[in-house]
Design a binder for this molecule. Structure first.
Ligand code: ZN
Length: 254
């Protein structure tokens, strides 16, 4: 009898909120859009070209697997190397009725020294460094920067900013603990950014910049399965942390 009660309790209060939650993972770029490019040196003067779209896909698949392991309903905007416009990514979020949207990107700079991970949520700001990142990520397939209605964007911000910032903070804290310390990656913080893929999805959403492709040491780290596995688990744990706060379920049960 006691067991039966416990099972009922687990189904109603633990499994249901997790299973009822749909998360869409969005590997940045794809197909004809490589995203950023970097050189991975495997010997002196010998290098291999690495594309942002490939690391983003590999990492996104790992996040997707971790979420499924935890019992979440998880989807990918692309599971192969194909072109997907920013609007199409938002349409997929609409179609599967995603509760959360996580876009995965790799940063790049024209200098080789910048390094570290950052987490963005949709909001207005006045940071010129962030504007540079936006310019890169807001380009659609043809390489043109999208123009999005400012009034609509402001409306989406007002509706989602509290949730998105909370989600970004929870995930970032886990990345800090599980990846930043272990792999000595610099914590560049949680930041507001005007990323159109986030505005278009019209739901709580974040954009991850995992590290810098333009920094050869960091690129070598990001290519390692071990780092990617830790990063994926950190994101999944961060989502779980965020949901615990939302559903007010006893933390030890989730
Ligand atoms: Zn990108």
């Amino acid at each position: 009898m006691k067991n039966k009660l416990l099972i009922t309790f687990v189904i109603i209060f633990v499994i249901r909120p997790v299973l009822g939650f749909t998360i869409l993972i969005d590997p940045g770029h794809g197909g004809e859009d490589d995203g950023a490019r970097g050189r991975y040196y495997f010997a002196k003067k010998k290098w291999r070209l690495i594309k942002e779209k490939d690391i983003a896909l590999s990492l996104s698949k790992k996040i997707h697997e971790q979420l499924q392991k935890k019992g979440f309903s998880s989807y990918l905007t692309r599971s192969v190397d194909r072109s997907v416009s920013l609007a199409e990514r938002a349409e997929i979020a609409e179609k599967i009725e995603a509760d959360l949207f996580i876009s995965v990107h790799i940063n790049s700079s024209d200098k080789s020294s910048p390094r570290g991970f950052e987490t963005y949520y949709l909001d207005n700001h006045d940071d010129s460094a962030v504007k540079k990142v936006e310019q890169v990520e807001n380009k659609d397939l043809k390489g043109e920067e999208l123009i999005i209605n400012k009034i609509l964007t402001d409306l989406v911000i007002s509706r989602t900013v509290t949730s998105s910032k909370g989600l970004a903070t929870s995930i970032h804290a886990r990345i800090h603990d599980k990846v930043g310390k272990k792999y000595k990656m610099k914590d560049r913080g949680v930041k507001p950014g005007l990323f159109y893929v986030l505005a278009l999805t019209k739901r709580p959403a974040i954009l991850l910049e995992v590290g810098f492709l333009s920094n050869s040491k960091e690129l070598a780290k990001m290519l390692k399965d071990d780092l990617q596995d830790s990063y994926a688990l950190a994101v999944a744990d961060g989502i779980q942390d965020y949901l615990k706060k939302q559903t007010k379920i006893e933390p030890s049960l989730l």
